[in-house]
Design a protein around this ligand. Structure first.
Ligand SMILES: CC(C)(COP(=O)(O)OP(=O)(O)OC[C@H]1O[C@@H](n2cnc3c(N)ncnc32)[C@H](O)[C@@H]1OP(=O)(O)O)[C@@H](O)C(=O)NCCC(=O)NCCS
Length: 178
């Protein structure tokens, strides 16, 4: 499969690889990150399943999550991309992002999400994007607002993603681009 790259001023977004596990575990094995999902940190086996899920999803839908590399250091600091899901009976594409906690609040998620949003509209020609955000996740809400999304609804029947990182008991707000 051809590797897909998106470039921003500070970041390179490239197709995720199985070998990214050693760097992705810095994100998904971090309690500070996983607190946002009310989920325990991943162990290596869970991390591997999650990556496999993303790669299978990528093959099925033609889009998925990118690994986000900080160009100045060559370090993988996050992931950002698209996931197809059914939400309250509707087929949707979610724009999502998770970053290493030691790189938070420097605008990286916003920079990556902007590139993915533009790719989704200009290259994939998707009609709209959603983001599902647990109530209380102020940083994620702020990122969605900064890329032009607005709150649309509290959802009841969550599209459980392949990572199984959301509990249906959590109140989730849906944000949308249109
Ligand atoms: C959400 C997340 C990806 C944001 O990454 P980031 O690179 O820090 O995001 P940015 O720097 O682009 O923007 C963060 C914004 O949230 C704001 N913010 C951060 N914490 C906040 C808080 N507790 N209350 C209010 N605003 C907050 C920042 O000030 C910034 O806004 P500003 O640019 O207007 O100042 C990161 O916090 C993360 O990985 N969290 C854990 C996983 C997660 O929640 N993923 C999203 C699931 S829906």
């Amino acid at each position: 499969m051809n590797e897909l790259n998106l470039e921003t001023s500070r970041l390179r977004l490239r197709s995720m690889r199985p070998s990214d596990i050693d760097e992705l575990i810095y994100i998904f094995g971090d309690p500070k990150v996983m607190a946002s999902f009310n989920t325990d940190p991943f162990d290596r086996t869970q991390m591997q399943h999650w990556i496999e899920g993303n790669l299978e999803h990528q093959t099925m839908y033609g889009y998925g999550l990118f690994s986000v590399v900080l160009k100045s250091k060559g370090v993988l600091i996050g992931e950002c991309g698209l996931e197809h899901m059914t939400v309250d009976g509707n087929q949707e594409t979610e724009l999502g992002y998770d970053f290493r906690s030691d790189y938070w609040n420097q605008g990286f998620a916003t920079e990556a999400a902007t590139a993915v949003r533009d790719h989704a509209f200009n290259v994939l020609h998707l009609p709209c994007l959603i983001s599902l955000i647990r109530v209380g996740n102020a940083a994620s809400k702020r990122v969605s607002e900064k890329i032009g999304m607005r709150f649309v609804a509290e959802i009841t029947q969550n599209g459980i993603s392949y990572g199984n990182m959301r509990s249906t008991a959590d109140p989730i707000h849906a944000y949308r681009t249109d």
